[in-house]
Design a protein around this ligand. Sequence first.
Ligand SMILES: [Ca+2]
Ligand SMILES: [Ca+2]
Ligand SMILES: [Ca+2]
Length: 233
Amino acid sequence: MRGVSRRGFVRSLCAAAPVFSFDRLIAGQPLGVQFVNVAREAGRRAKTVFGSENRNKFLLETTGCGCAFFDYDNDGWLDILLVNGTRFEDNWPPDLAPVSRLVKNNRDGTFTDVTVAAGIARTGWGQGVCAGDLDNDGFEELFVTYWGDCSLWHNNGKGGFTDIATRCGVTTNPGNGQARWNTGCAFLDYDRDGNLDLFVANYIDFDPKTTPLPESGPCLYKGLLVACGPPGL
Ligand SMILES: [Ca+2]
Ligand SMILES: [Ca+2]
Ligand SMILES: [Ca+2]
């Protein structure tokens, strides 16, 4: 894939892919294609952590994490950034805390975890991620959203990343002591000046100190106590 842009690659996939009608999809007719989960064979067994495993008190614990396919080392093969979360109740030992993971494509169907070497490990309530080459040097940066301060990881082109969100003023911290719930994001050049701009979507105001617990709500879904969401959710 060297020399092929990501947009060109996706366009070629779209051109090659068969077109399935909605009628055919809902009719349950065979499509002639099959997806097989090969994560285990690819060596991807790291657990995604997002809230309590057995019972969720807060809506935040019910969302989860995104991922990005991007070629961080420009070798022509897509690598993966897997965003990770955390838990309210756990006091993680430093070496056991869940972190977002960067895995390098070995070009043989397997991936190698390069999170530590890349300097990109961070624990927190990670949500979404988007990739784009902010400084037009040919290596893509990453923006990772959090409930809390976001990260903007600058790619040094040598396999390493540095979080420059604070320096760039894009943590999205409102500065009032409250964490903002950042969710999706997109790099786009909205003014066509040749430099990527950034859009960050937000969800609701959320503060675990003031958010009602399921039993204090009570917040019910089909008779079961669940995390309290926005009214009407
Ligand atoms: Ca690569
Ligand atoms: Ca760059
Ligand atoms: Ca721009």
